[in-house]
Design a protein around this ligand. Structure first.
Ligand code: OAD
Ligand code: ZN
Length: 251
């Protein structure tokens, strides 16, 4: 299985990766739907929505601050690094991620498409004010604040700059992702349940336009039925094995 996947990857002309929460699990970031993904007693669908934020912005911000704090302590793992290395080797053309954790960027991936936003950014609920807490260096201060964050321009509530359930994805990122998927002759799908649309269309588009699908996941997912090669193991284990074979094949 690894051998077949390595050959497909080494022979590909335009490979892309499509990742979900599972790729960051071994960095200590809990997935959404796994047992460890639950925060208090809530499911993500109860917190990551505009309705939840309108009803109880304190609760939603508490959840996001908890996740921010957890994610800031996480480091990219060898699966993130392997994808960055494949890009440097000229094999991988882009990483399309549903993750908001910034770990692909930290690992060195250059062509990164974030379909669901980034947890370290916030935006105003009224005007076009945005802040990247990593860039502004205010992350510590922000996490310690007890009151709700307000826009310095207009005074409205700030919210996380991530996509919530029921909201459209950022137009530019989605267009770009679909274009890449149409062009790709191979997609490496890593650690996603593949049930959240429109993101989950990405591997389907690759498949429908004649490309190959390699899936890495310890469990079956919504993508498994269309996978040409299914590597049923963790992201780190699969990517380490895959990389050592690919490096030999491309010499
Ligand atoms: P999920 O939590 O739905 O799925 C995580 C997937 O990772 C599952 O299929 C697991 O089997 C797999 N997994 C767990 N550990 C793994 C490991 N060590 N290596 C590889 N795979 C592993 O997360 P996503 O598919 O990313 O959306 O969820 C999609 C979207 O739903 C998220 O982007 C988020 C969420 O609610 C929004 O916030 C809009
Ligand atoms: Zn504002």
């Amino acid at each position: 299985m690894i051998e077949e996947a390595a050959k497909l990857l080494a022979r590909s002309r335009f490979a892309i990766a499509f990742t979900g929460a599972g790729i960051s699990a071994e960095s200590g970031v809990p997935t959404f739907r796994g047992f460890n993904g639950l925060w208090k007693k809530y499911r993500p669908e109860e917190l990551a929505t505009p309705e939840a934020f309108r009803k109880d912005p304190y609760l939603v911000w508490e959840f996001y601050k908890w996740r921010m704090d957890l994610i800031r302590k996480a480091r990219p793992n060898r699966a993130h690094h392997a994808l960055a290395e494949l890009e440097r080797m000229g094999i991988l053309k882009a990483v399309i991620t549903q993750n908001v954790d910034d770990l692909h960027r930290e690992a060195g991936t250059k062509n990164l498409i974030e379909l669901h936003g980034n947890i370290f950014r916030m935006k105003c609920t009224s005007c076009d004010y945005r802040e990247d807490l990593k860039e502004s260096g205010r992350l510590d201060e922000f996490l310690a604040e007890k009151s709700l964050p307000r826009c310095p321009n207009c005074g409205s509530l700030l919210r996380p700059d991530v996509v919530w359930f029921g909201e459209p994805l950022p137009r530019k990122a989605l267009d770009e992702a679909f274009k890449l998927a149409e062009r790709a002759d191979l997609v490496l799908v890593i650690g996603t349940s593949g049930i959240v649309y429109p993101a989950a269309y990405i591997p389907q588009i690759v498949k429908e336009t004649g490309g190959k699908v390699i899936e890495i996941n310890p469990d079956e997912s919504g993508i498994t039925p269309i996978a040409d090669v299914f590597l049923r193991c963790s992201a780190v284990e699969a990517m380490e094995k895959l990389m050592s074979r690919v490096e030999v094949l491309v010499g």
